[in-house]
Structures are given as C-alpha cells and as structure tokens.
Design a protein around this ligand. Structure first.
Ligand code: UD2
Length: 327
C-alpha cells in the first residue's frame, strides 16, 4: 500500500494505540538556548558575502546546521564574540595502558592550538597517574588527573568512556564549565581548533567515509542492537574520537550511549564499533547543531584530500598489536 509519509506515521501511531503497545520516542534534544552573539562595534573585519565563498564543499546540513570548513568562518570575529563571555571548556582524554605514551604530544600540541586564550580544563583519565607528563600550561588552563582501573580489553576501555564522561559531568563539571569536548588521546593538534567549533551538540565527520554512500558506513547493522541504523538510514558517519558541545547536551548523549551499551551487553551484544556505533545512532536521531568537517579529525596515514585545506587534529599512525592489551 502506498501512502504519503504523514499518512504512514498516523497509521503506525494509530495501530500502536489500538494494539496497546508503547510508542518509544528516543529523541533527547534539550532546548539549548543559543548564546547571544554580541560583537564589538570597533572590530574591523572582512565583509561577509553570501555569493562568494567556498564552492567545493557543502557548508550546511539538510537540517541547517553549519558544517565547519576552513574559509567558512572568521576566527577573529568569533573569538571577539566569545571572549567577553568568559567561557570555560572542559576536555576529556583517556590514556589507559600503553596509551599513556600519547599524552605528551596530545597535551603539548593542545597548548599550541586548542582554544588559545580561553579557559581550558583537561581531565586525563588513566590507570597510571604517575606517568602523566608535566606539560607547562598557559594561564587559565589546567589539568586534572582522574584514576581509572586498567582493563584487559581495549573495547571495554573505549566503551567505558561514556560512563566516565557522564559521571564526570554530574559530579565535577556542573556550574563550572560551559562546553566539553571528548577526544582520543592517540592524536595531535596541527592547527587552530577554537570558538568556531562551539554549539549545543557537536559531531565530527569521520575522515574515512565522507565521500562514500551511506550503505558503506560501518554502522551497527544488527536490528537487535540499540545502536542499529538500517539500510537507507543515517546522515553521516561520525567519529567516536571527537565530539562535544554544551555540558547538558553531552551529558544526555553520554548517558544514553552508556545505558544502550549496557543494555546491549546484558543481551550479549557489543556494537560493531562500541561507543562509536551508539554515538552514530544517537546523532542520527538527535541531529548535531554543528558538524565539524574532517579537518577536525584526520588520520596521519591518509593523504590530505584537496577539499581539506588544513588538518587541525589528526590521529597518529599506531601499531595496534603493540599498544592494545588485546588484539
Ligand atoms: C576508533 C575511534 C575511537 C573509538 C573506537 C571504537 C576515531 C578517530 N577513533 O578508533 O574513538 O570510537 O574506534 O571503539 O574516531 N584507549 C586507551 N587504552 C587502550 C585502548 C584505548 O586509553 O588500550 C582510549 C584512548 O583514549 C584511545 C581511545 O580509547 O584514543 C580509542 O581507542 P583506539 O584509538 O584504539 O580506537 P580506534 O583507533 O579503533
């Protein structure tokens, strides 16, 4: 039977009511009041245009969220808008087992490129607090080490991050930070990552799949998993290695991914890419309000594509067999 979308939905809801079953709505979008973008009348900057600019990339999603590429924003203008708001940005990074070796480069390059001139608080989660390197941090920036148990499975380390992010926000960050970014440690900053990335819910497009048809995205494809994304569904394939936004939004994301991951685990299911699969399902239902282009998480082994003018943050080449507790 052919029906318009509206009619199909009505029919589904009606049948659900008649059958007495529960209609499960899993949208969690919080109303994140947009911050007022107040600019100074004294700032001189290049005239904006709506007819000239980048034509080689798409800079807006079909739900009208900006996609951030070099050349689509003015960093001086944005910084001048956010600076007087005295915002504070939390960062989480996990370094368990051999991954502590990546901390030095991660922290040192963050000092050179990540939200320079703003309040930044880095939370390092590790099983070896004594191995956290001493890195000189600029005024307004600080680091806190949080102890976590080690694990024999890398999948568990990666997946438990959602739980730890959820509890960190609940127990330590409320009323102290405005935004949070959760980043992979085996990566380095190479270029500016700043106020252009701020929004309610922020996702980064994975560098490995953005030119592919969505049928090739490595979503979780088993319908019995809570991370399931079916054929013809999904928008982009997003990275598990970088996401962020307003505290409340990231809290909702972490809480949902954690509980879905744990409910799956009780039924003996581990999604194809652990928390990355759950994040992809979440971001498909709860559309990100800003999407960062693959400039914000490239991979060192990949040659740079022409539309990527600048690599801002990139995963280092690593030998998985050497650094993971299991293969
Ligand atoms: C991808 C994702 C990663 C995660 C994973 C699926 C990117 C760039 N990376 O990377 O975020 O979604 O797929 O689970 O999107 N870790 C440790 N110790 C370990 C293992 C992992 O501390 O022994 C931490 C560390 O912060 C690391 C992160 O977990 O950066 C992700 O692990 P990975 O880098 O080994 O995952 P990978 O490369 O498969």
């Amino acid at each position: 039977m052919q029906l318009s979308n509206g009619k199909t939905l009505t029919l589904i809801l009606l049948s659900a009511l008649l059958l007495g079953s529960e209609v499960h709505i899993e949208s969690h979008h919080l109303v994140a009041p947009d911050r007022k973008l107040v600019s100074s009348e004294h700032l001189q900057y290049k005239q904006p245009s709506i007819v000239s600019g980048r034509t080689d990339v798409v800079a807006v999603t079909p739900w009208l969220a900006p996609v951030v590429w070099e050349g689509t924003f003015n960093p001086v203008l944005l910084d001048s808008i956010y600076k007087p708001q005295n915002i504070s940005i939390a960062v989480t990074v996990f370094a368990v087992g051999k991954y502590v070796m990546f901390l030095k480069d991660f922290l040192e390059t963050a000092e050179q490129h990540f939200f320079i001139g703003f309040n930044v608080h880095v939370y390092v989660f590790t099983d070896q607090p004594t191995k956290v390197p001493q890195v000189k941090m600029a005024a307004g920036r600080q680091l806190t080490v949080c102890s976590v148990p080690s694990s024999k499975r890398w999948q568990e380390i990666s997946a438990r991050r959602m739980e730890l992010i959820q509890t960190l926000i609940e127990e330590k960050l409320q009323n102290r930070n405005d935004f949070i970014f959760c980043l992979d440690v085996d990566s380095k900053f190479h270029g500016r990552w700043g106020t252009e990335s701020l929004s309610g819910l922020v996702a980064v497009i994975h560098p490995g799949y953005y030119r592919d048809d969505r049928s090739r995205f490595p979503y979780e494809r088993r319908p019995e998993s809570r991370a399931y994304v079916g054929p013809g569904q999904g928008d982009f394939y997003y990275c598990g290695g970088a996401f962020g936004g307003l505290l409340q939004e990231v809290h909702q994301l972490a809480k949902t991914c954690r509980s879905n991951f744990e409910a799956d685990a009780k039924e003996g299911i581990e999604a194809a890419w652990q928390e990355e699969s759950h994040l992809n399902r979440y971001m498909w239902i709860n559309k990100p309000s800003k999407v960062l282009s693959p400039e914000y998480l490239w991979q060192d082994f990949k040659p740079r594509n022409p539309e990527v003018y600048i690599v801002r943050f990139s995963g280092v080449v690593k030998n998985y067999a050497e650094i993971r507790p299991n293969v």
